[in-house]
Design a binder for this molecule. Structure first.
Ligand SMILES: [Cu+2]
Length: 230
């Protein structure tokens, strides 16, 4: 096959593009685990037998083993994608699902009601207050989250309906799975602050270096050790 001058130019142009895309893919992954450690000493947990008394026997303790919705995210590194895909929080059986939703700033969240009863979704969080009114299935309201931070959302009718949206500066985040394992893929190589969060525990931040085309491993233990000392 004969190649003319234009074919050669086209080939070279393609080769340069391929090289550039390889150079641009210098990204690695971050993986690891999160666990939760509650009070362990008798002084912290025992209460001197008071838990058997009538006054305190109904007090429920946090089951640290059962905590869920751990979110791990890379702080800073502002690279929000243009037009991120919309996300959904469903109202079903008078519960918001999921309970915790991390999103990149600029994401729209849809709020379908799959119940046969009314809900009234609202938030009084300062950065993002809204009230979607009473509705069932006749509409699916949307809310654009364009400011960073945590947004607490409630239902004006049902006591236990609460969910949390974490509006994050970049798409490099993950929710730990049921084994409390997480993976954040395609993070540009560099050194970052990595944050682990759970709504009942103090967050923890670690510095981490992401290697190009490699995996960096981090294990977090969240718990009362991180609480301010008296
Ligand atoms: Cu409700």
């Amino acid at each position: 096959m004969r190649c003319n001058h234009r074919d050669v130019k086209r080939f070279l142009f393609g080769a340069v593009l391929a090289l550039l895309s390889v150079a641009g893919s210098r990204a690695g992954s971050i993986s690891g685990t999160v666990s939760a450690q509650g009070p362990t000493t008798p002084a912290e947990t025992g209460g001197g037998g008071a838990y058997t008394s009538r006054r305190y026997k109904f007090v429920e303790k946090i089951d640290y083993e059962a905590l869920t919705d751990f979110v791990i995210n890379v702080e800073g590194l502002v690279a929000p994608p243009a037009g991120p895909a919309p996300r959904i929080i469903v109202q079903k059986d008078a519960t918001f699902e999921p309970h915790v939703l991390p999103i990149v700033v600029g994401t729209t969240v849809r709020w379908p009601n799959e119940d046969d009863i009314f809900h009234n979704v609202f938030s009084m969080t300062e950065t993002q207050d809204f009230n979607l009114g009473f509705y069932k299935k006749e509409k699916v309201p949307e809310v654009l989250f364009d400011k960073l931070g945590r947004v607490d959302v409630f239902c004006a009718i049902h006591t236990n309906m609460h969910c949390i949206i974490l509006v994050l500066p970049n798409p490099y985040f993950a929710v730990a799975d049921s084994r409390r394992h997480f993976v954040i893929k395609d993070v540009p190589a560099g050194t970052y602050r990595l944050r682990a969060w759970q709504e009942r525990l103090p967050p923890q931040v670690r510095e981490i270096t992401v290697k190009a085309d490699g995996d960096s491993h981090v294990d977090f233990v969240l718990g009362v050790a991180e609480l301010p000392k008296l």
